[in-house]
Design a protein around this ligand. Structure first.
Ligand code: SF4
Ligand code: SF4
Length: 356
């Protein structure tokens, strides 16, 4: 929390010496470490990747967060301290292992949980068994299953990206996710299930991949999730749980999105620093890389988190249903395979081993 306040109070412009995003990375690392207070963790598989950091290569004085005006600092004040506080609360759930009374949930109890998440602002909720390659290298997950949910960002605000207003809206999205994760975790625990909220700003696992595996949407060429409810205007969080009988979808009906991407590529053309690949790049570990992360991060840090690719995406501008109707409903539309195979059924050996 102290680091978080430093983040808001640090000097600006030429006087800035510490990179504000370093501070974010340090906060996340501190939260991540809490997982190792628990036993019986799910570990990443050898294919796992490290989590990207928030720290760019550019000097601190060039970063947007180091150049906030007094007025902008005042405008972000109702959001950042609450976000940091809620993240502290999330970390508090990792103090000791929760002893569950059950690992099976009734349809009524699950409905109650989903209704609670929606009432608090979630736009989609679904479930996944966590493959080991979705847990970041050097991290671990407390339970083998996850409830994954999204919140929507305001289109009007995101239409101004890159801007302070769009940045503030993204931060508000993170804050709302942290609040929802903590409330739903509390309820799950009261019902007797193990539940641990993911860190809203990014945590132990790859939320985007988990959301795709949970069939909430599909990852577009910009490397971000696209869903029917929110297009690309979304943020994702998870709650890890021990519930074994979750209705995990057998297949993802949104994979056609990448067929559309291979025709669209608007994000590729719109990225000011050419950080998005023309063709997503398959990696030796079986994963796919969509963007050159370091190039993106430098621009992202200097320009209020950029988000141009989120905003220009036709799924954000027109909505998923309109595109689906026009694209799939057109018998003359080209359909083709793209080099981006995402295995929806994970293999047993990919699941991290249980350790004492
Ligand atoms: S802008 Fe086009 S190519 Fe990029 S993610 Fe959106 S639909 Fe796909
Ligand atoms: S956030 Fe901006 S810099 Fe990064 S990939 Fe998207 S458009 Fe490019």
């Amino acid at each position: 929390m102290i680091n978080g306040l430093k983040f808001l109070l640090m000097p600006s412009g030429e006087k800035a010496v510490a990179k504000p995003n370093d501070v974010l990375d340090r906060i996340l690392e501190r939260h991540d470490k809490k997982i190792f207070q628990l036993n019986n963790l799910i570990h990443p598989s050898p294919q796992a990747e490290p989590r990207h950091t928030f720290t760019p290569r550019i000097p601190a004085s060039e970063m947007a967060m180091a150049t906030l005006s007094g007025r902008q600092r005042l405008k972000i004040l109702p959001i950042m301290p609450r976000l940091l506080l809620e993240m502290e609360k999330s970390a508090g759930f990792y103090k000791e292992r929760f002893q569950p009374a059950s690992n099976h949930i009734s349809a009524e109890a699950l409905k109650e949980i989903e209704e609670l998440a929606f009432a608090k602002g979630a736009t989609a909720v679904n479930y996944v068994k966590i493959p080991g390659d979705s847990i970041f290298e050097g991290k671990a997950a407390p339970e083998p299953y996850a409830l994954v949910f999204t919140v929507k960002m305001d289109k009007e605000k995101m239409d101004t990206a890159p801007s302070f207003d769009a940045f503030r809206e993204v931060a508000r999205g993170y804050m709302r996710m942290a609040v929802i994760a903590n409330i739903v975790t509390n309820r799950l625990r009261k019902l007797g299930y193990a539940a641990y909220p993911g860190t809203a700003l990014g945590g132990l696992s790859d939320y985007c991949r988990l959301a795709e595996l949970a069939s909430i949407g599909a990852i577009g060429y910009h490397g971000l999730l696209i869903s029917p409810e929110d297009g690309a205007l979304l943020r994702i969080n998870t709650i890890y749980t021990n519930i074994e009988n979750l209705p995990i979808p057998a297949e993802n009906p949104h994979a056609w999105v990448r067929d559309f991407c291979s025709r669209c590529k608007k994000c590729v053309r719109s990225c000011p620093v050419d950080a998005i690949y023309e063709q997503p790049q398959p990696q030796p570990n079986g994963r796919v890389k969509c963007i050159e992360a370091k190039t993106c991060l430098d621009y992202f840090a200097a320009n209020f988190g950029c988000a141009i690719c989120i905003d220009v995406c036709p799924f954000s501008q027109m909505g998923y249903d309109v595109i689906k109707e026009r694209f799939r409903g057109n018998p003359n539309a080209a359909h083709f395979t793209i080099p981006m195979k995402i295995e929806l059924e994970f293999k047993e050996e990919e699941i991290g081993r249980l350790s004492d």
